[in-house]
Design a protein around this ligand. Structure first.
Ligand code: TYM
Length: 332
């Protein structure tokens, strides 16, 4: 088993990243120590305009936030993409395997490029190919992600299959996306039809892992909901996206099912539910925030963790890159 996943160092870690991905990363690490690689996708971050000073401090902050959330650099390999040049090298080889038609179908490119598609960077268009390189480089078997990354991982499987077929080799293992069942898609607190995201201009739309207790409570209090009380079972939330989202967050944070949450709060309104949800979030997030603050006291130690992780990642990446080069007749 080889578990690989990444996160972009753009903006703050929010509850969607945490419940959709990080919680699964930690569970995989605890169940399979020594078999997991987690990285900061700084090469993905530059596909759109970025302030260099902000990017480099984001990499360190996000590293500290991941460690504070339970990623242990002794049991997992934690690094940033840039320090492992094999990611970019393999991405180029895979660019020559991936088809333009496949990339044209990627919904995230359509969303991120918006109306000015012609003005988007080639990197933004080729972004999923780099993502395929990220996982294929380590012969990943399992890739824990939120639902929004499913299409990109299906593309990684298609690229791996075509590469193996074209070269008549077994160069790449096909990675399996692992989409969590509890919080695969945490939605915005302001709009139940769009996902919670770092790029939403409204900070009230998301709970950042570093928000203080009062802000967390305020954001839940102001979260959009409807006027109905909570139903007795989760099936009763079908046409109530905002209510369903809050119940889903509660379930994911407390480790119980949506049905159990509904049973506990059946007939109560959001006036009662939201403070309970805020208390739960504060209890979960405030220890992460304090640990983060401690870790940020020693930035050189964070840099050493990233350097050490990259050295271990390079050692795993080199043989796969060499095999891929040989399969294509390249002498690396
Ligand atoms: P990113 O940085 O947008 O998100 C990191 C992880 O958080 C999950 N996520 C969510 N899950 C549930 N609800 C949400 N609202 C939510 N928002 C984000 C994402 O699904 C992801 O698992 N392209 C990737 C980074 C990446 C990567 C990779 C991931 C680069 N290479 C290789 C896996 C394997 C991204 O931008 O994730």
């Amino acid at each position: 088993m080889r578990v690989v996943s990444g996160i972009q160092p753009t903006g703050n870690l929010h509850l969607g990243n945490y419940l959709g991905a990080i919680v699964q990363w930690v569970a995989m690490q605890d169940a399979h120590p020594g078999e997991c690689l987690f990285f900061l996708a700084d090469l993905h971050a530059i596909t759109v305009r970025n302030d260099p000073a902000v990017l480099s401090s984001n990499v360190r902050e996000l590293t500290a936030a991941l460690i504070a959330s339970g990623i242990d650099p002794d049991r997992s390999i934690l690094f940033n993409q840039t320090r492992v040049p094999q990611h970019s090298e393999l991405a180029w080889l895979l660019m020559c395997t991936a088809r333009i038609g496949w990339l044209n179908r990627m919904t995230q490119f359509k969303e991120k490029s918006g109306k000015d598609r012609e003005g988007a960077s080639i990197g933004l268009f080729g972004y999923p190919v780099l993502q395929a390189a990220d996982v294929l480089l380590y012969q990943a078997t399992h890739v824990p992600v939120g639902e929004d990354q499913k299409q990109h991982l299906e593309l990684a499987r298609d690229i791996a299959t075509k590469f193996n077929l074209d070269t008549g080799t077994e160069t790449f293992t096909l990675p399996e996306p692992m989409i969590g069942t509890i919080a695969p898609r945490v939605m915005s607190l302001r709009d139940g039809s769009s996902k919670m995201s770092k790029s939403d201009p409204s900070d009230m739309s998301r709970i950042n892992l570093m928000d203080d207790d009062d802000l967390i409570a305020q954001k839940f209090r102001k979260a959009r909901t409807d006027a109905e009380p909570l139903p007795g079972e989760a099936a009763g939330l079908a046409d109530r996206p905002e209510a369903a989202n809050l119940v889903g967050i509660y379930a994911a944070m407390s480790g119980i099912s949506r049905d159990q949450v509904c049973a506990e709060f059946a007939g109560k309104g959001f006036g009662a539910f939201k403070p309970a949800l805020a208390d739960l979030a504060v209890a979960k997030l405030s220890p992460i925030r304090s640990r983060f603050a401690e870790l940020m006291q020693d930035v050189p130690a964070i840099d050493r963790i990233l350097e050490d992780g990259a050295a271990r990642a390079r050692a795993l990446a080199a043989p796969t890159l060499a095999t891929a080069q040989q399969a294509l007749g390249l002498h690396g």
